[in-house]
Design a protein around this ligand. Structure first.
Ligand code: AMP
Length: 140
């Protein structure tokens, strides 16, 4: 079920408030990091702004580019903390691309279940999307 910001707190806001259990593995003033509940790789973290003002990466890029830069920096730190030097950073953007929580977040995937295209796709994304294809069999 997709979530929408504005009607009720997102699952991530509820985690930040302590209403839903999840270990915050790293945080700054603006950003926090949790482990994905349904990991698609040995390292699968979510980097999340503490504000829920932005639904997706396009909104945060337009509205607060410094916050987006902070998310990327925190992703780097969190991956290093998890023992990964290289990682994949994914922003599912829109329901058609597999986004289910409309509180912008970055997936950090590393040392994943290797297949011919690298780390396995996160929940909601298929292999074609990960490799640049369009979802649902559409062509660009
Ligand atoms: P997306 O599909 O890109 O919107 O990503 C949302 C992610 O949030 C999915 O990978 C879910 O597995 C993850 N998720 C949902 N609920 C929780 C939770 N309570 N704790 C940790 N991760 C969660």
């Amino acid at each position: 079920m997709a979530e929408r910001v504005g009607t009720e707190p997102s699952v991530f806001t509820r985690i930040l408030r302590g209403e839903i259990p999840s270990e915050i593995v790293l945080q700054t003033d603006d950003v926090f990091v949790i482990r994905d509940i349904a990991p698609q790789a040995p390292v699968h973290l979510l980097v999340i702004p503490k504000t829920d003002a932005y639904r997706d990466v396009t909104e945060v890029a337009a509205g607060d580019p410094k916050l987006l830069a902070s998310m990327v920096e925190v992703a780097r730190t969190a991956a290093t903390q998890a023992g990964a030097t290289d990682f994949r950073l994914i922003f599912n953007t829109g329901a058609g691309a597999g986004q289910t929580v409309f509180h912008v977040h970055a997936h950090v995937l590393a040392a994943g279940q290797q297949h011919e295209h690298g780390v396995a796709a996160p929940a909601g994304l298929d292999e074609r999307t990960m490799t640049g294809g369009m979802p649902d069999g559409e062509e660009a």
